[in-house]
Design a protein around this ligand. Sequence first.
Ligand code: GLN
Length: 239
Amino acid sequence: RSVTGILAVQGAFAEHAEMLDRLGSPWRLLHSANDWDDSIARVILPGGESTVQGRLLHLTGLFAPIAEHIAQGRPVLGTCAGMILLARAIENEGAADTASRGAAFAAAAHNNTAHDTTARNDTAAGDTARNDTASSGSVHRHAAHESTAYFGALDAVVRRNAYGRQLGSFETIGSFGDIHDLPLVFIRGPYVTEVGPNATVESRVDGHVVGLRQGSLLATAFHPELTDDTRVHELLLSL
Ligand code: GLN
């Protein structure tokens, strides 16, 4: 295995490919399940629109092989929408505080008519990647302020469009783990509202958690692929 598979159903996948070109590392765009094979060593889930990507993951047949890849503990970098796709739970902008989520989950449990297959397991965060593959036939209904989770592997609650939709784009300098002085580009990004015990905080901006690591899962609310700094991609390649 040596190739980085870049999810290319929607969003900013080309910029990730350019980053890997700069690092001289082979990549393949993943448009459909036909693009998947055993040469894929790691996966990048790019920025874009997570709800669209989530639907297309299922339509293209890419959900299952990527969920399996995650369940095997292989490396993934999820940026922005990609972080949302990895999260165990998703809040939408304007979400009330986390206390409301219990009610949302209860509502979800009573409504099985949604078309998205789901990856989530509310109670066993540490086992989500494994459970996801096993339970990919089950469904949850979107409830107020709460969206269906996708891979559900990252032990965190992520709030979509957390900085707002209009004014949610900005740049700053921060860190990802021991990568310091890192340019951080946010485009209607999420931030993390809850971090479970399996994930570690790698980045914070203004008190908000915007970077996480869980084993070989790396997740950023920002877009390292939109900068000249290749260090986050180098970290992915080193895993
Ligand atoms: N707002 C987008 C979403 O919720 C993410 C934005 C991005 O990936 N730049 O999916």
